[in-house]
Design a protein. Structure first.
Length: 255
């Protein structure tokens, strides 16, 4: 997205600064597609939209988008993979049975969350919105630097202390300076790997080949703020290399 428009969006979403956004700036942000009207959506419309998306977008497209975002820090592509895996799981296994479609897509808020480093938060609204955007976006391909970053992230996850949490892994990624990121972005990366079943715990799988209902995701730990299944993961669980290969099409175990 246009950097100027994102800056306007950040001010608009800040209660202390939103009044400084001029009419001209708001019009510019709308023109760039960063500020959009909330859009009502029905259950049937969501199913139809996702069906069209899955005809146009492949898992490989989504995986390449995620990889590309690592070294480029292009947040428009960062959460496409998490969105794809989660939405495909919801579409295949749930379809609103345990998690309903929201009454509206709050696109401006979703765009703001995306550029602040937040993930999809285990709900279907953001994936629907992000995937619809991606279907008409230019496809991106990863380069050798992106692959190296992912290898290093997986290496950290596979070797970190047994008791380490997903938050500790995100901190290790950020402090190791493997890629340009803040803490929120690092958390978003490891949450994506969790959603893909690459970082999952026994009995608490990701969404690659199943859908865990919302009421079955909580650990009961009120201190836990990570999304499922990363909230269950610890270093002792390591990396699911089979799922890594399924998502990225190559065995990333060879460091």
């Amino acid at each position: 997205m246009d950097k100027k428009a994102v800056q306007i969006l950040n001010r608009l979403m800040d209660d202390r600064k939103k009044h400084s956004v001029s009419a001209e700036e708001l019009a510019y942000a709308r023109k760039m597609g960063v500020v959009v009207e909330d859009r009502p959506i029905t259950h049937d419309q969501a199913l139809d939209l996702l069906e069209r998306v899955f005809e146009a977008v492949s898992l490989e497209d989504a995986a390449q988008a995620f990889l590309y975002s690592l070294s480029s820090r292009d947040m428009d592509y960062r959460y496409i993979l998490a969105s794809y895996v989660y939405a495909r799981s919801w579409f295949s296994f749930d379809r609103g049975r345990t998690q309903e479609v929201p009454q509206k897509l709050t696109g401006t808020f979703f765009n703001w969350v995306k550029h602040k480093g937040g993930g999809i938060w285990g709900t279907i609204g953001k994936p629907i919105f992000y995937l619809e955007q991606f279907a008409s976006m230019e496809r991106r391909a990863a380069n050798d630097a992106d692959v190296k970053v992912l290898r290093s992230i997986l290496g950290l996850a596979d070797s970190i202390e047994d008791e380490a949490s997903g938050t500790a892994l995100a901190t290790a990624i950020r402090t190791s300076k493997l890629l340009p990121c803040n803490q929120a972005e690092a958390v978003g990366i490891v949450e994506t790997l969790g959603i893909c079943g690459i970082l999952e715990a026994p009995g608490h799988p990701g969404f690659l080949n199943s859908f865990t209902p919302p009421l079955e995701r909580d650990t009961g730990d009120l201190r836990q703020s990570l999304s499922y299944p990363l909230n269950w993961w610890h270093g002792v669980d390591g990396v699911n290399w089979e799922n890594t290969t399924e998502v990225f099409g190559a065995d990333f175990r060879g460091f």
